[in-house]
Design a protein around this ligand. Structure first.
Ligand code: CUA
Length: 334
């Protein structure tokens, strides 16, 4: 009888190990991973998933076996044997989980310290969260963009902050997320290792446009990144093209509808046909003056049903005069 029990327990344990291995090797619940820190976390996650599967199958297997093997037979009206503890068994089933927890703690700590370790000479990208758009600044290159471009295989350090309320900078495919808190800079380092386009999201409820606070990270070859940086550093000579580009660069596309600029944001009023409408909206202001004031002082001429302070009020300090002129001219022509 004892031999049979040992055999059954051994079989259940073997099945549990096999299931753990199969789950760890084949089941992936994470998004496609595109960073070195993400690779480390994926390995840790798979290990945890495998270990949890082993424990689950072992415990449930023994439970089911016991329920069947030691059930009450028909005609058996007895009380069952009185069993009073088993020290060896209790030591065993305390020691094994304790050991498992220590292994998980040590492994997790190593992954955490390795993924948070600062790279030697990372490229700095400042991330600024605003209701409801992301802005990325490259201080070494003197660039500002609403899309995040990164060269593949090059370490980058994000310095994250917010201009208004708490946001959370989240790139699911990097397996990385950090709060963007006003008056405070939080950091993390990443080395993207897969070329591709991935979403950037806000992971903190920050107001009515929270769900629209999306951008993208474009991981590209160093040559493509260089070409992009050069394109960004100069504006097209055609004023309409320049205006359209600035409309995207300053994040206007995130909140307004304007087909010409490929914008479909629903947070603010539509700008379709704004050039013809703006002139007749406020007495004494022509279209350009109306648009300029609306960019610099968003609360000056609120469109009915839209909330005050929904649009950032600091464009005056962020957009250089020549770019503001181009933007106003562009919009007046829509
Ligand atoms: Cu920003 Cu949610």
């Amino acid at each position: 009888m004892k031999g049979r029990t040992i055999l059954v327990v051994s079989v259940i344990f073997g099945v549990a190990l096999l299931c753990g291995y199969l789950v760890a090797a084949n089941v992936n619940l994470l998004p496609e991973v595109a960073s070195t820190r993400g690779d480390l976390m994926q390995q840790l996650f798979n290990f945890l998933l495998g270990a949890a599967t082993v424990v689950f199958v072992l415990v449930e297997g023994l439970l089911v076996y016991s329920v069947i093997r030691f059930r009450r037979r028909s005609g058996d009206e007895g009380q069952g044997a009185a069993i009073h503890g088993n020290t060896a068994l209790e030591v065993f089933w305390t020691a094994i989980p304790a050991l498992l927890v220590v292994v998980i703690a040590v492994y997790s700590f190593r992954v955490l310290s390795e993924s948070e370790a600062a790279a030697e000479e990372p490229m700095i990208v400042e991330v600024i969260g605003r209701q409801f758009a992301w802005e990325f600044r490259y201080p070494e290159l003197g660039l500002v963009s609403s899309d995040l471009h990164l060269p593949v295989a090059e370490p980058v350090r994000f310095e994250i902050t917010s201009d208004d309320v708490i946001h959370s900078f989240w790139v699911p495919n990097f397996l990385a997320k950090r709060d963007a808190t006003p008056g405070q800079i939080s950091e993390f380092s990443v080395t993207p290792n897969e070329v591709g386009i991935y979403p950037v999201r806000c992971a903190e409820l920050c107001g009515p446009g929270h769900a629209a606070m999306v951008s993208q990270v474009i991981v590209e070859s160093p040559e493509e990144f260089q070409a992009w940086a050069e394109r960004m550093a100069s504006l097209p000579s055609d004023p309409t093209e320049a205006g359209r580009l600035l409309f995207g660069r300053y994040g206007c596309t995130g909140c307004h509808v304007l087909a010409d600029a490929g914008a479909s944001g629903l947070v603010g009023p539509s700008l379709e046909g704004i050039g013809t409408r703006a002139g007749s909206t406020v007495a004494g202001l022509d279209a350009e003056a109306y648009l300029r004031q609306s960019i610099l002082e968003p609360n000056a001429h609120l469109v009915p049903t839209y909330l005050e302070n929904l649009m950032p009020g600091d464009f005056g300090t962020r957009i250089p005069q020549n770019e503001l002129d181009l933007l106003v001219t562009y919009l007046a022509g829509r």
